[in-house]
Design a protein around this ligand. Structure first.
Ligand SMILES: [Zn+2]
Length: 275
């Protein structure tokens, strides 16, 4: 995603690659930048996972002098290491770095706004906060995620637009509905997200205000959440919720029809172990 910062072709623009890229992503991104007639000056990377940082080296190769910001040495082509609370300026865009370790130990979110603009600020939340969910605790604890969601991200202005790193809204909201079957807002948002999916339209961004109404990971103080998890301490509610979500049924994968045929015809039998 390339954000325009009051820029001309000589101005400064920020690009944040948020979605799982294909091998073509750096070229697709550069194509968007060319069409928008802006200059790519910097990349803000949320964390080192390949589906968020894999294009960095290629972009740096294609755009010499490109600055790559992030908080983790494992981020490909990193040139500028940032810390919590650090502020950056790109043209008219101002950015505050918000450190949210847990999904990875070096995860950074980026909060952006433009002084004097009527537009709501934007949060690039990577794999910490999703629409209707939160990231897995790969390198951190429930205590850390609780701090991230309540004190770091949850304290931002309620109108903040949430641009997360993945489109997993439908699946997240199916889980939210399991947790809170009576929550009408969850039902409504899920129906909307399914419709958007069917029409191949994005469900991102949401707003922080909305997230507090249907995202179970931001609702750990609410009574239905305590009932579902059987816990009262908000950190314990969050910990149990994450475990439940990790075990939530995976979408069924349809078998490859050719593989089914080959199996029927016995083509695999020489490779199958005899009982
Ligand atoms: Zn990740």
């Amino acid at each position: 995603m390339a954000a325009r910062g009051g820029c001309s072709s000589h101005g400064a623009c920020v690009a944040s690659v948020c979605s799982p890229p294909s091998a073509l992503t750096p070229f697709q991104l550069l194509e968007i930048i060319r069409k928008e007639d802006v200059a790519l000056r910097a990349i803000l990377t949320t964390h080192h996972h390949w589906d968020h940082a894999r294009g960095n080296e290629e972009l740096v190769r294609l755009c010499p002098g490109l600055r790559v910001y992030g908080a983790d040495e494992r981020i490909g082509a990193l040139t500028h290491k940032v810390t919590h609370g650090q502020e950056l300026t790109f043209g008219a865009i101002r950015v505050r770095c918000l450190f949210t370790p847990c999904h990875t130990s070096g995860h950074m979110c980026y909060f952006m706004w433009e002084d004097g603009s009527l537009d709501a600020p934007a949060l690039f939340s990577g794999d910490t906060l999703f629409v209707g969910g939160c990231g897995k605790f790969f390198e951190g604890t429930a205590e850390q995620m609780y701090t991230n969601l309540t004190q770091v991200l949850g304290a931002l202005p309620k109108e903040t637009k949430v641009f997360c790193g993945h489109e997993c809204t439908v699946r997240n909201l199916k889980f939210a509905l399991k947790v809170e079957p009576e929550n009408e807002i969850v039902k409504k948002k899920l129906a909307w997200a399914k419709q958007r999916d069917d029409e191949d339209l994005p469900t991102v961004p949401s707003t922080l205000q909305e997230e507090f109404l249907y995202n179970p990971f931001l609702r750990v103080m609410e009574e239905p959440l305590q009932k579902f998890t059987g816990k009262t301490d908000p950190v314990e509610v969050l910990r149990t919720l994450r475990t439940e979500k990790d075990n939530f049924k995976k979408p069924k994968e349809l078998p490859n029809p050719q593989a089914v045929l080959a199996f029927d015809w016995g083509l695999f039998s020489p490779f199958l172990e005899k009982k």
